[in-house]
Ligand binder design. Structure first.
Ligand SMILES: Nc1ncnc2c1ncn2[C@@H]1O[C@H](COP(=O)(O)OP(=O)(O)OP(=O)(O)O)[C@@H](O)[C@H]1O
Ligand SMILES: Nc1ncnc2c1ncn2[C@@H]1O[C@H](COP(=O)(O)OP(=O)(O)OP(=O)(O)O)[C@@H](O)[C@H]1O
Ligand SMILES: [Mg+2]
Ligand SMILES: [Mg+2]
Lengths: 252, 252
């Protein structure tokens, strides 16, 4: 089973869009996928068509030990499950204070080996929730938007991953960097993508998620790109990403 | 003097791009402008061409009382000053724990009445740093990206503004909602902009910041859009925004 943290402290780089659509792509191929929404903004939860603010039990209750994962998980369909979030999760910083609270998500996931993939959507901070994802994960996937302000924080992110690997989760490894929302008409995007590939030759996915408005429309219908616009570029790209991800997992 | 918090907990909606270029637009008109970088990611600081990671003194030292604003402020040019940030500011949550630590920025700004404008760039969270901005500010400017995942958190943001106004800063008022990175080719953007105007008829700025790659390129040169591409659409839009902002301030 592959546990993947989708992480980048920069805002708006496609973490949520990637978690949901990559998860959906893998589910369509017959894998059993669990999505975990680690963002109090609950965008992954809304993307799945779930009214987050109405939920009584969320990921927070799993982390505090007041509920089990099975009690909280939403069955979006047979292949695609989701541990939802809502604004209550923003109390995590205050309530998860005991030593080793970086391990709470990992402990909560133990015994749930029926899933082939666990994809964890991180908020735009390197706080307790993102660290929980890095400790629970085996692989790290970094969505990046090919522009300066988005690339600037990459070194800090990789340092954080290195620290977590060294101290808390020795089996953690970087799986790849994914260029998202790539606009082929923009020279800037080509330049940024080029310098990313130069900097991380083995890490940048060959698959690039091109900008495609269908990917931005699908969330308001609570649908994946495969439900909303199955022939779109967005569907093709996330399908291709799923294929490349499977190859990368096999070769390790 | 107008103190404006540029705030939105959603990532990547143009807070930093707006703070820097709106500030530059006002500075070009002869106003004395102070920018405040409240994000540990320090993108505003980098946007101004300052090597944030090399700084010994930042906003954090001002908030903890270990340095004065004057000791920390960077003079980008005569009209445009900046209180820089760097990663050390992420310790704010841990070190700013005394009662009333939401008032630290406001207190730090007292006595600095030489500025016509103070623009505060918030991180993508509604934590202690953003609350400090709301308590220090007189006006709230909300940049929004006209897409579903970006609009979803607006209610929560406005609730937070209402709570801060009621309990901590009765003179705080919403100045406006600014649509950013607007792509005229996208139906989704037209729809989202339309529904925003319907929902907040008096709040959405007439000026819309259109998507313009020059705005994304300028930061890597440490320049404002007026320095980098003075005839671009981005320069025109931020110039227009400055004009509309001044009108709004006069009419209140
Ligand atoms: N390939 C794409 N084409 C078009 N729009 C996209 C694409 N990827 C993401 N978007 C849109 O860009 C915005 C930001 O994406 P998303 O919310 O997935 O980023 P995020 O990294 O999860 O943000 P946050 O840091 O706030 O959690 C959303 O409005 C989304 O619909
Ligand atoms: N009008 C625009 N046209 C083109 N690119 C833009 C525009 N506005 C912002 N951008 C780009 O979009 C990305 C996000 O913008 P920015 O960093 O200003 O958002 P932010 O809200 O400050 O993000 P964060 O939440 O991470 O602080 C950046 O790469 C920026 O250069
Ligand atoms: Mg997200
Ligand atoms: Mg910013």
């Amino acid at each position: 089973m592959a546990r993947i943290a989708l992480i980048n402290q920069k805002g708006g780089v496609g973490k949520t869009t990637t978690t949901f659509n990559l998860g959906a792509a893998l589910a369509r191929r017959g894998f059993r996928v669990l999505l975990v929404d680690l963002d109090p903004q609950a965008h992954l939860t809304y993307h799945a068509g779930i009214a987050a603010h109405e939920l009584e039990l969320t990921l927070l209750d799993v982390l505090t030990g007041e509920a089990t994962l099975s009690e909280v998980v939403c069955l979006r369909n047979e292949q695609l499950h989701l541990v939802p979030s809502n604004l209550g999760l923003s109390r995590a910083q205050k309530v998860l204070t005991e030593p080793g609270s970086e391990f709470l998500l990992r402990e909560a996931l133990e015994g749930h080996d029926g899933y082939d993939f666990v994809l964890m959507d991180c908020p735009p901070q390197l706080g307790i929730l993102s660290i929980n994802a890095l400790v629970a994960a085996r692989h790290v996937l970094v969505p990046v938007y090919p522009e300066f302000l988005s690339l600037a924080g990459l070194s800090q992110l990789l340092q954080t991953v290195e620290i977590v690997t060294r101290r808390l989760n020795p089996r953690l490894e970087l799986m790849g960097v994914l260029i998202t929302n790539f606009d082929q008409r923009k020279n800037l995007h080509h330049e940024a993508a080029g310098s990313l590939r130069e900097r991380f030759p083995e890490w940048v996915f060959q698959t690039v998620i091109r900008t495609n408005v269908a990917l931005a429309e699908a969330p308001s219908y609570g649908q994946s790109i495969f439900e909303y616009a199955p022939t779109s570029l967005g569907a093709q790209d996330y399908e291709a990403l799923a294929g490349e991800l499977l190859l990368r997992l096999q070769s390790r």
